[in-house]
Design a protein around this ligand. Structure first.
Ligand code: UD1
Ligand code: CA
Length: 453
């Protein structure tokens, strides 16, 4: 059975107090709307239609960039959830199959839950609603059921005291056949407290038409919607809690799990050790037995088996740190391919560079990759030894087994097995220091005398 997602993402999100549309705020490095769309990955939807409105000029392109197949439709007047879903009707004309409606601000629906909803459809329900037992039902729509049959949904604003006492609430996620859904939506009116076209009305309408409605329930935590920065932070905490748990369950040691921050796509191998206060930005893969020491920050990089990073290292986009390599304290790498067994142990910047196997990069080495306009490459051969405090002015190539003297400013290529010394030769003038100091003291005395006169 084909499946289309309709993701509602037109709301303003006033309570975020932000210039950025609500659904583009991020949890674990991914936007809320991205989380929502990914929650259906296991179901491999054939179509994804995202309804945008507020901030559509930002939300539309952001979604298209991440999900090239997604279709964007704009809801100009936001007249309610039924009206919002209705905006997808033209895009899905002729589509044969089910639609699942998701909210762009609800990032944590589990794939298993959506699978259960599809199963309920397969079992014969025409409309399937995702409900949850709310600790504080508050403003949620209430699911009114009788003998296990879902009869209607009543919004809190329109509910009687009896209905308000119901704790089974509407998450907003709905699944129905495309034709049935749009037919029901066409019958929804706006005679209610909010003067809105409620999607929730389709349940009562379906019952009126002799169709069957079913409820699938999930944990309240899954239906957590984000409306404010406080809720955003709570969502981040929920995500991080799960990610830390997963990392440990899958064989990584986290010394202080509560201090490690993951992204949605962080990938840790087995027997990886992560020390306290490590941050993983997007797209990081750490292979087996690597160690990420305290206070390191990594993004868009690969750390190969048995490598050691940090403490206090910054591994930036395009870094590939080879097997057993070591990148130590206060080292920054960017677009750097560091081969097996190489060492960059202290205080270095290695950018737009390749470092050969077993090379040793001395403390304070800097690849001078930027001339103010263009970026240039530094190539360091296998087994090379770069002396402490070397500046490698790119483009430049250091051969295999070559060496640069400490403090060198290397501007020309160094052939294999060659030593480059590029610093002013040292001169020594014996016995001059005490004479020099006397002279300076005399000068100071004269100046002090002038000042006080
Ligand atoms: C909705 C449900 C309610 C449910 C609750 C769960 C309705 C009528 N009510 O209420 O039963 O308990 O969600 O959170 O459906 N949106 C649009 N365009 C619109 C209106 C809304 O894109 O014209 C989007 C919003 O951005 C949001 C989602 O749809 O992501 C839900 O809308 P919202 O106004 O928050 O609905 P609630 O009043 O919370
Ligand atoms: Ca809401």
């Amino acid at each position: 059975m084909n499946l289309a997602l309709v993701v509602l993402a037109a709301g303003q999100g006033t309570r975020m107090k932000s210039a950025l549309p609500k659904v583009l705020h991020e949890v674990a490095g991914a936007s809320l709307v991205s989380h929502a769309i990914h929650s259906a990955d296991d179901l491999s939807p054939d179509r994804v239609v995202v309804v945008v409105g507020h901030g559509s000029e930002l939300v539309g392109p952001a979604v298209e960039k991440e999900f090239p197949g997604a279709e964007i439709v704009v809801q100009t007047d936001r007249l309610g959830t039924a009206h919002a879903v209705g905006q997808a009707q033209a895009a899905l004309k002729g589509f044969g199959g089910d639609i699942i409606v998701l909210y762009g601000d609800t990032p944590f629906i589990r794939p298993e839950t959506l699978t259960a909803m599809r199963q309920a459809r397969a079992d014969g329900a025409d409309v399937v609603v995702l409900g949850f037992d709310a600790a504080v039902p508050g403003k949620y729509g209430r699911l009114i059921a009788e003998k296990g049959k879902l009869l209607r949904i009543v919004e809190a604003k329109d509910a009687s005291a009896d209905e308000l006492a119901v704790t089974l609430c509407n998450s907003g996620v709905i699944c129905a056949d495309r034709a049935v859904l749009f037919d029901l939506i066409s019958k929804v009116g706006n005679e209610n407290a909010a003067k809105e076209y409620y999607l929730t009305d389709i349940v009562g309408l379906a019952n009126d038409a002799g169709l069957g409605c079913a409820t699938v329930t999930c944990d309240e935590a899954e239906t957590l919607g984000i409306n404010s920065r406080v809720e955003l932070a709570q969502a981040e905490a929920v995500f991080q809690g799960r990610a830390r748990q997963d990392a440990m369950v899958n064989g990584a040691t986290l010394m202080a799990p509560e201090t490690v921050y993951f992204s949605v796509d962080t990938d840790l191998g087995r027997d990886v050790t992560v020390e306290p206060n490590v941050v993983f930005g997007r797209n990081v893969r750490v292979e087996d037995k690597a160690t990420i020491r305290a206070f390191s920050h990594l993004e868009d990089c690969v750390i190969r088996a048995g490598a050691t990073i940090g403490p206090y290292a910054r591994i930036r986009p395009g870094s590939d740190i080879g097997e057993g390599a070591r990148v130590g304290n206060f080292v920054e790498t960017k677009k750097a391919s560091v081969a097996k067994g190489a060492k960059i142990n202290h205080l270095s910047y290695v950018g737009d560079a390749t470092v050969g196997a077993d090379a040793n990069i001395g403390a304070g080495t800097v690849t001078c990759n930027y001339d103010g306009v263009l970026k240039h490459k530094t190539e360091i051969g296998a087994g090379a030894f770069i002396g402490t405090n070397s500046s490698l002015v790119a483009p430049v190539k250091i051969g295999d087994g070559a060496m640069t003297a400490a403090g060198s400013v290397i501007t020309k290529n160094v052939p294999d097995d060659s030593l480059a010394v590029a610093r002013a030769p040292q001169t020594v003038r014996e016995g001059v220091v005490s004479r020099l100091r006397q002279k300076l003291l005399a000068t100071k005395k004269k100046r002090d005398a002038q000042k006080s006169s």
